[in-house]
Write a protein that binds this ligand. Structure first.
Ligand code: ADP
Ligand code: MG
Length: 402
């Protein structure tokens, strides 16, 4: 898969570029609580500004559902972006996304200046992939850059209809540095990854990741399953799981995945032992028990030490590793050893390693291991859909034809 990139824009000096970014950041008390996503866009923005382009930057934030919601305004984001770029970032508190004021501000941008549009999802046209809304956005700039990896799996106007419109008009639509890097790194998991290819999945709900499990069974050599989702597998096969989290309505799905894995000779490895406690709390009395014999009144909250050893052994043999989802309730120290063990094993392996998932990222940040992986993906849903081999609307439109 080859994308058109910033190089395909040629000389951008004096041009106005529409840059779609993913600034869907957490806000607390009217300020940006975590600016990792803003920082991730800086290489693209700085490169374009140094080349004397002017930038109309746009993002969604939260789920305002086509209405103006005061708490979802991008004002705090404009502020933080300005701090990081060390310049004034233009912004207007508009009652929509594009109005006359915004058009004037964009038209008046000098080379090297930035204007941040209001939350794209304030306009119902964004999520509807509406062509008329895309036309309003297109009127603001000469060319299009997409650096919003976290949004490319959705057919929304700013990532789908808009770049298509630019291309129809014979104007460039390209991927920014972050999107280019994500697609490059994740592409290595498609095609011909070095084998054994191992996937490690965890997290809360099996239902969130069923399609990923289904797709990975067709691609990987082995699948290690931890976290709460393991209990749906264990219970489906008749194990005793106490009051661990479980999704009985998914028993048929996980059994089907197991059968398909058996057919393909792919091992789905479940925890052997788990750390169990009566409740999710820091001072609950915990014990290690066999994963399929969790006592009544107890819940499995982490993979146990033997499982960590087993998983680490499989990790050490792998040449390609995908990890998504914590192995336990890593937020609480008594249930964090499993996630720490798996993270450390992957970090120490020489395999090509990719980590995705919001909570998994939080876990590796806390462990100070962010730099120990070959790729840490910024897009949760988008990265899973990509590695499943699905076509993503916002990527497809930027592919070089032929
Ligand atoms: P990611 O964001 O990395 O994709 P998920 O959102 O799927 O991960 O799941 C993360 C959450 O799963 C964490 O908040 C963690 O506490 C929870 N979790 C993991 N294992 C268990 C378990 N055994 N019981 C209850 N919750 C769990
Ligand atoms: Mg999560």
């Amino acid at each position: 898969m080859k994308l058109r990139t910033l190089e395909d824009l040629g000389d951008v000096s004096g041009t106005r570029l529409f840059v779609r970014v993913d600034y869907n950041v957490p806000l607390e008390a009217g300020a940006v609580a975590d600016d990792a996503r803003i920082r991730a866009s800086l290489p693209t923005l700085r490169g374009l500004l140094e080349a004397s382009a002017s930038l109309v930057v746009a993002s969604h934030l939260g789920r305002p559902k086509g209405q103006v919601k005061e708490e979802a305004r991008l004002a705090p984001v404009a502020e933080r972006l300005g701090d990081l770029l060390e310049m004034k970032v233009g912004y207007e508190r508009t009652d929509g996304v594009v109005d006359d004021r915004v058009r004037d501000r964009c038209a008046g941008l000098a080379p090297g200046q930035v204007f941040l549009l209001e939350n794209l999802r304030f306009d119902p046209g964004e999520e509807a992939n509406d062509r008329a809304f895309a036309q309003q956005l297109a009127s603001l700039a000469d060319a299009y850059v997409d650096d919003a990896f976290g949004a490319v799996h959705r057919a929304h106007a700013s990532v789908a209809a808009l770049p298509a419109l630019f291309l129809e008009r014979g104007r460039p639509a390209v991927a920014g540095r972050l999107l280019e890097k994500e697609v490059g790194a994740l592409s290595k998991l498609l095609g011909e990854p070095e084998r054994p290819y191992l996937a490690v999945l965890g997290g809360a709900k099996v239902s969130d990741k069923l399609s990923t499990i289904g797709a990975l069974v067709e691609r990987v050599d082995a699948l290690l399953v931890g976290g709460a989702m393991a209990f749906t597998f264990i219970a489906a096969e008749g194990g005793e799981i106490g009051k661990s989290l479980v999704e009985p309505e998914r028993f048929d799905d996980v059994l089907a995945a197991k059968r398909r894995a058996d057919e393909r000779g792919v091992l789905i490895q479940l925890p052997e032992d788990v750390v169990a406690a009566p409740e999710i709390s820091l001072d609950a009395k915990s014990q290690t028990v066999p994963a399929a014999q969790v006592p009544r009144g107890q819940m499995g909250l982490d993979i146990g030490p033997r499982t960590v050893e087993e998983f680490a052994r499989a990790i050490a043999e792998a040449r390609t590793i995908l990890w998504n989802g914590p192995m336990g309730v890593f937020e609480l120290e008594p249930f964090s050893a499993g996630t720490r063990g798996v993270a450390t094993a992957i970090a120490g392996s020489s395999a090509y390693s990719v980590v995705g998932g919001g909570d998994s990222l939080l876990a590796i940040k806390r462990l100070g291991l962010e730099d120990a992986f070959d790729h840490v993906s910024t897009g949760g849903g988008a990265s899973l859909e990509f590695i499943e081999g699905r076509e993503l609307p916002g990527v497809k439109v930027l592919e070089v034809e032929g």
